[in-house]
Design a protein around this ligand. Structure first.
Ligand SMILES: Cc1ncc(COP(=O)(O)O)c(C=O)c1O
Length: 365
């Protein structure tokens, strides 16, 4: 079966493919029958409650995207434009943009070999303007949260976890934000959710999510806010997906093990450290562009690693000196991730790995 993938290209083996084997259809039909497809429906509070419970958090604030969740998380800290938030170099650009949408300035810190923020380098970037740290659990590997929380306590900083790629890693910061985009471990097509134990941050985020309406909806808005509300349709799918999260995580773990076994001794491929939860199976490869071309010709989609934030055009992208020697750049240039989704079979994985081996057997130095 050939599948349509997120970017409209057609691959037999896309990098991601959602699985709707649970209550998705049942809940969606319920929503349609109720006529309440907007953000006022019952599935939104139900999903928020279930997601918060799963994470051991007191509150969940469902949003239209992971970026929206991160943005209201930053906005809820009420920062000034000169205030700074520490963000990893190696992340998806939405982490940095959310800091700017939230009215502050991102300050970047390079990554370690597991792609997560190098905690040893955080303190050097802290000054009187620093107000928060945003660790990102990249590709499902948990950051060193003990040390990050210790730094945050010593410098009185807030911690907003970007957990977009790490459903299943339990939050430790003030707020953790998850994405429900189509390629994520659980999905609603688009969507996101912020969780927190703090009543005041919860209140602020709800207010900021929905136009800062007052309780009696009198159209007097005390501050500028957003429409980042999730719809009842999204929440119905998200709730059904959440019910299957433990099963999805288990299946993804098996996929990781199978790739590990098959790729261990393949010359040209370097395995990455174990993941705490498996979002994508990431590897470092030689001759990346040629390998990707070969796999594409055989119906296999791969994606390249993130590029460092300092390399993005809006963050002094033209000054190579700022990003050329970063660890994040080294990894960004050699990494790819392979198809990783719950309905991928061992036979599918054998085919994918055979094509990788085939490439390296014909492309020796
Ligand atoms: C690390 C990270 N942060 C934030 C986001 C943004 O999430 P969304 O696409 O739901 O806005 C993503 C993914 O898309 C991500 O991978």
């Amino acid at each position: 079966m050939w599948r349509f993938i997120l970017n409209k290209m057609e691959y037999k083996y896309p990098v991601a493919s959602p699985c709707f084997k649970g209550n998705e259809r049942k809940y969606l039909e319920d929503v349609l029958n109720s006529g309440i497809i907007s953000s006022q429906g019952k599935y939104i509070p139900e999903f928020e409650r279930d997601f918060a419970d799963y994470n051991g958090s007191k509150h969940g604030v469902a949003c239209s995207s992971g970026t929206a969740a991160l943005t209201i998380a930053v906005q809820s800290l009420h920062l000034n434009p000169t205030d700074e938030i520490i963000v990893p170099e190696f992340t998806m650009v939405a982490s940095a943009w959310a800091v700017e949408y939230g009215g502050a300035k991102p300050v970047f810190v390079d990554c370690k070999d597991d792609l997560n923020i190098d905690v040893d380098k955080i303190e050097k970037r802290i000054n009187e303007r620093t107000k928060a740290i945003m660790p990102v659990h990249v590709y499902g590997r948990k950051c060193d949260m003990d040390r990050i929380m210790d730094i945050s306590r010593r410098y009185n900083l807030r911690v907003i976890e970007d957990s977009a790629e790490s459903h299943g890693i339990k939050p430790t910061g003030d707020i953790a934000c998850f994405s429900l985009y189509g390629n994520k471990i659980i999905t609603a097509g688009e969507g996101g959710i912020a969780v927190t134990n703090d009543d005041s941050l919860d209140y602020q985020m709800r207010h900021l999510r929905s136009m800062a309406f007052s309780a009696d909806h009198d159209f007097l808005h005390p501050k500028r806010a957003n429409n980042f509300r999730m719809t009842n349709l999204q929440a119905a799918v998200a709730k059904a997906q959440l019910e299957q999260l433990p099963e999805f995580l288990q299946r993804r773990r098996e996929i990781e093990g199978y790739y590990n076994n098959g790729l261990t001794d393949v010359k040209g491929v370097k395995l990455m450290p174990k993941r705490d939860v498996v979002w994508f199976y990431d590897v470092l490869v030689e001759k990346r562009a040629e390998l990707q071309k070969h796999l594409k010709e055989n119906g296999i989609e791969t994606r390249q690693f993130f590029k460092p934030m300092s390399r993005q055009p809006m963050y002094s992208g033209n000054k190579e000196i700022t990003w050329k020697n970063l660890n994040a750049n080294k990894f960004g240039e050699t990494g790819i991730y392979l198809p990783t989704y719950v309905e991928l079979t061992p036979e599918d994985q054998n085919y994918i790995m055979d094509k990788i081996k085939e490439f390296y057997s014909t492309h020796r130095d």
